[in-house]
Design a binder for this molecule. Structure first.
Ligand SMILES: CC(C)(COP(=O)(O)OP(=O)(O)OC[C@H]1O[C@@H](n2cnc3c(N)ncnc32)[C@H](O)[C@@H]1OP(=O)(O)O)[C@@H](O)C(=O)NCCC(=O)NCCS
Length: 176
């Protein structure tokens, strides 16, 4: 039984571990080893600690917690903050969603998206967008299944790898 619940400050280490593991497992297919090696749990934990230290009531972080207490995934969304907000063109953004391999495809992604989307809709927002690697076909199918519509693309460098992302937008924000 896996629980989806709001994240609390004590989750920082667990979220950082899930973040790095989820990133490595998912992107092993799309990124080169140097790009994957650059990530560290400590670095991520520091970023997450910063986010918890300055909580934004309009943002939402949820975690998926296994019966043994391990954080196996998380999702985070809130007001638009990307590098090129105009390109995404939505009021809010799903900043990240990650599950580790062993818990994928059990409905947890949908449950986490539902919590984040409900939170944004409750705060009066009408649209949410996100960026996903163009090559990340499983995630793109997931977003499309939930009603996301593909939009513009942007390319940039991730630690030496030139990658292309594609935007998805949800408007109105669906009740999943
Ligand atoms: C993408 C992700 C969040 C989806 O979460 P999930 O819990 O695996 O997906 P769910 O079980 O909620 O799937 C809901 C529906 O989405 C679709 N879907 C999900 N994963 C899919 C896949 N790999 N291939 C095709 N369709 C998929 C299906 O229609 C699925 O419904 P079904 O299982 O009844 O057929 C998760 O797999 C993940 O964390 N992936 C790695 C990280 C990642 O790529 N994040 C996105 C970065 S932008």
């Amino acid at each position: 039984m896996i629980l989806v619940r709001d994240a609390v400050e004590a989750d920082v280490e667990g979220v950082a571990r899930a973040h790095v593991r989820g990133w490595r497992e998912t992107y092993a297919e799309f990124l080169s080893p140097p790009a994957l090696q650059g990530l560290s749990v400590e670095e991520r934990a520091a970023q997450w600690r910063g986010a918890f230290a300055r909580p934004d009531p309009e943002a939402k972080v949820v975690v998926a917690e296994a019966a043994d207490g391990e954080i196996v995934g998380f999702a985070r969304g809130g007001p638009l903050r990307g590098k090129e907000p105009m390109l995404l063109g939505t009021e809010t953004e799903l900043y990240a969603i990650y599950l580790i391999d062993k818990v994928k495809r059990q409905g947890l992604g949908r449950r986490m998206m539902r919590d984040v989307f409900n939170h944004l809709a409750t705060h009066g927002f009408a649209s949410v967008g996100l960026w996903v690697l163009k090559e990340n076909a499983p995630a793109r199918r997931f977003y499309e299944r939930l009603g996301g519509v593909a939009g513009p693309e942007q390319s940039f460098d991730i630690r030496g790898d030139w990658v292309t992302e594609i935007a998805y937008r949800f408007e109105p924000i669906p009740a999943l």
